[in-house]
Design a protein around this ligand. Structure first.
Ligand code: NDP
Ligand SMILES: O=C(O)C1=N[C@H](C(=O)O)C[C@H](O)C1
Length: 249
């Protein structure tokens, strides 16, 4: 495939390595402040492109979606921090092209989501266990909480009726029993660590997904672009993962 890389930062460069390894060609690199080919995306740049892979910044997701729809370019988007606009993006994409969004493209993270969701269900009727989550990321990360933490939190809410809302801010009060507290810490070079804790007076259960580097995210995104090639419409990474892992959830 001829692939356009949108956002040539840490992830864009990792995606390029995987594309080359898998025999794809990078036709254009877009990024405002790096050694990319062009600073901003335009429809003309996608004329020779079979797929776009975007890891950029939340503010650019909406305008880029319009260009993918106009040029009928299938796009895999891993950028986080914009899901308040997801319904608008779905309308733009409609049936014009294929668009797949995911907060985390690592296969291991999806296995972790399934284990965490199952655990949230298991403790449902054991009120002595409370559930909470935290995430750790490198000092350059611009959004908080991470997209992965929000996905994780939604899966916990779906599987445990004792938790009905997510609280992510610094609390100047004790959390309410129905609030799922999700905390974020930034520093150093951590590629992405997410932990769920189920805690009781007697013991504590901790489940962690710890990315060692960015290669798992990049490989998942490239495989998702290959999967998307013959499709149309709006997809999430869950559609792709369920398909390749045989519907683990
Ligand atoms: N779904 C997943 O599996 C993963 C998702 N991510 C997410 O991907 C995003 C990028 O992460 P990462 O690569 O680490 O971040 P980086 O900051 O290293 O790279 C993003 C790059 O995109 C650039 N950019 C900003 N606006 C645009 C635009 N309109 N068009 C093209 N490029 C643009 C940024 O420029 P500038 O810095 O100058 O603004 C930056 O160089 C984040 O939202 C992150 O949370 C990260 C890892 C995995
Ligand atoms: O910004 C990052 O680095 C990451 N972002 C994603 C997120 O917000 O969940 C995925 C991964 O944790 C790395």
């Amino acid at each position: 495939m001829n692939v356009a890389i949108i956002g040539y930062g840490q992830m864009g460069k990792e995606v390029e390595k995987i594309l080359v390894q898998r025999g794809h060609k990078v036709t254009v690199r877009i990024d405002p402040h790096t050694e990319a080919d062009y600073p901003t995306l335009s429809a003309e740049m996608l004329s020779d492109t079979d797929a776009a892979i975007e890891f950029s910044h939340a503010v650019s997701v909406f305008d880029n979606a319009k260009i993918y729809a106009e040029t009928k370019t299938p796009a895999v988007v891993g950028t986080t921090g914009w899901t308040d606009k997801i319904e608008e993006v779905k309308k733009i994409i409609a049936n014009n092209t294929a668009y797949l969004w995911g907060s985390n493209f690592s296969i291991g993270a999806h296995i972790f989501f399934s284990i965490a969701a199952y655990t949230a269900k298991l403790i449902e009727n054991f009120e002595e266990y409370d559930i909470m989550a935290y995430e750790l990321h490198h000092k350059r990360k611009k959004d908080s909480p991470s997209g992965t933490a929000l996905t994780l939190a939604e899966k916990i809410l779906t599987n445990n009726t004792r938790k009905t809302t997510i609280v992510t801010d610094k609390l100047d009060r004790a959390p309410q029993p129905q609030e799922l507290h999700v905390a974020s810490v930034r520093g150093g070079e951590i590629p992405g660590t997410h932990t769920v804790i189920c805690d009781s007076q007697a013991d504590s259960i901790e489940i962690t997904h710890r990315a060692r580097n960015r290669s798992g995210f990049a490989l998942g995104a490239v495989r998702a672009a290959e999967w998307l090639a013959d499709k149309k419409g709006f997809f999430t990474v869950d559609d792709f993962i369920s398909d390749i892992l045989g519907g683990i959830r």
